[in-house]
Each structure stands twice: as structure tokens, then as C-alpha cells.
Design a protein around this ligand. Structure first.
Ligand code: PLP
Length: 242
């Protein structure tokens, strides 16, 4: 199988990837953990490949505090996963296991929270988009600063507002300036092939992920941020370019 990851609420260019998967008979799994509500050419990410996963971890656009879901149109495969996720219990009166199982069920309490959270998803997306557009407007002109690209196939959920910096102002300087004012920001995800655990393995790549990791930064993007909070972030950043 091939796992495509829709990062930061942006959709990957799925047409190209899924046509390759079809050509070679490879199952396509969409990791839509960060992109619930994102549209790729009018279709929700996570619903386009053979399987989709979503995360409801505490940092996501909606949350059940922890947990997630797997979706697929392949009813037989979902039934099998449900079997594994609920301890692989054979249909017997006593506990009997012919296969190794896992206890991956979401509790009904957390599922209830998730159903409530789904009702605020549209509002959250609208706020995340407003945050991104605010940064775009106030910071987009700074030398070397480029907000994450919203390609024409994309209607993102804007989970996090990210940018790259190619001028003399480095991401670390921005993170430290914000931190000095008690504001958290983060680097872009470290690519898998740079993780110490994986350095012994081969990888295929052209260095783009490395560059984005080196030059990227995730700006504060919480939906609870007020206009005043956003203004503070922008002012602290603008000072670094003065
Ligand atoms: C792209 C991506 N995939 C998978 C996960 C894992 O999800 P979970 O924390 O629900 O296991 C996360 C984040 O947590 C993520 O951002």
C-alpha cells in the first residue's frame, strides 16, 4: 500500500498519486489526520483513496482528547479491522481468540464528544482560514516569507498556518522571539528519513522535505486566538525584519 499524508490541512495532489496506484494495483491509504474537512477538487480528503484515517488527538481541528477513525467503502475490510480492534474475539460465548487482537476501540463517551465536536467543524475551519488570511495579509510581504501554498485543487481546513523563510531571518529566531513573549510556535515536521531511528534505511527523495524542514515554521493557529493575540504575533515577527 501507499500512504499519502495531507499535511497541515492541505490536500496532496491525489489525481497523480491515485492514477499511479491504480496502474500498479497498489492500495491507497490517505492519512487525513490533519485534514478533516479539507476538499480535494470538491471531494473530502480521506474519502478518495481505498482507505482514509482521521485523528481526534488533542491538537487536531476537532478532538475527542485521543483516538481516531478509519474509513473505507470496502465493507469486508472494515469488518476485519473492527474485529482486530476489538480484541479479535471469535463468535463464542467465552473469550476465544484465533487471531492476535488489539483493544483499539473508542469509548462511547469519547465518541459522544466527537459527535458534538463535528457540529463545530465548519466554524473551526472558517476561523482557521481567517487566521491564515490575517497572517498572509500582514506578513506575506516580508522578505523571503512565503505562506504555505494553497493550490487550485485545494480547499484546505487550514489546520495550522505555516510558512517558509528564505531570508536572513531564520525560523529559530522567530520561534525564540515568540517564546520570549510566552507564545508557542513550532518547526515543520521532521522528515522520516532524517529521524535517527530510520537513518539506517534507504529513502527516495529530492531534498524538498529537508528544505521545508530547515526553512519552515508553524505559526500560532489556535481557534481561540483573538485579533489582539494575532496582532501580537505579527508585531513580534515584523520587528525581526525591521
Ligand atoms: C499526519 C498525522 N498522521 C498521524 C497522526 C497520529 O494520530 P494520533 O495522534 O491520533 O495517533 C498525526 C498526529 O497526531 C498526524 O499529524
Amino acid at each position: 500500500a501507499l500512504i499519502v499524508v495531507h499535511l497541515y490541512g492541505l490536500a496532496a495532489d491525489l489525481d497523480k498519486i491515485s492514477s499511479l496506484c491504480k496502474k500498479y494495483g497498489v492500495a491507497l491509504i490517505e492519512d487525513a489526520a490533519e485534514s478533516l474537512g479539507t476538499l480535494y477538487r470538491g471531494k473530502y480528503t480521506g474519502t478518495i483513496g481505498d482507505y482514509g484515517i482521521f485523528s481526534f488527538n488533542g491538537n487536531k481541528i476537532i478532538t475527542t482528547s485521543g483516538g481516531g477513525i478509519l474509513i473505507s467503502n470496502r465493507v469486508d475490510r472494515i469488518a476485519k479491522v473492527r474485529f482486530w480492534a476489538s480484541q479479535s474475539r471469535d463468535p463464542a460465548r467465552h473469550y476465544q481468540h484465533s487471531e492476535l487482537g488489539y483493544n483499539y476501540r473508542m469509548s462511547n463517551v469519547l465518541a459522544g464528544i466527537g459527535r458534538g465536536q463535528l457540529k463545530v467543524l465548519d466554524r473551526r475551519i472558517a476561523k482557521k482560514k481567517a487566521i491564515f488570511e490575517f497572517y498572509q495579509e500582514k506578513l506575506g510581504h516580508l522578505e523571503g516569507l512565503k505562506m504555505m501554498p494553497v493550490n487550485d485543487w485545494n480547499e484546505p481546513n487550514y489546520w495550522l498556518s505555516c510558512c517558509t523563510l528564505s531570508s536572513k531571518v531564520r525560523p529559530l529566531a522567530v520561534m525564540e522571539a515568540l517564546e520570549a513573549e510566552n507564545i508557542e510556535s513550532r518547526p515543520i515536521w521532521k522528515p522520516m528519513h532524517l529521524q535517527p531511528f530510520f537513518t539506517k534505511y534507504d529513502f527516495v527523495g529530492d531534498g524538498i522535505a529537508d528544505q521545508i524542514f530547515e526553512n519552515g515554521i508553524c505559526l500560532p493557529s489556535d481557534t481561540k486566538m483573538t485579533e489582539e493575540d494575532l496582532d501580537r504575533v505579527v508585531r513580534i515577527m515584523q520587528r525581526l525584519w525591521d
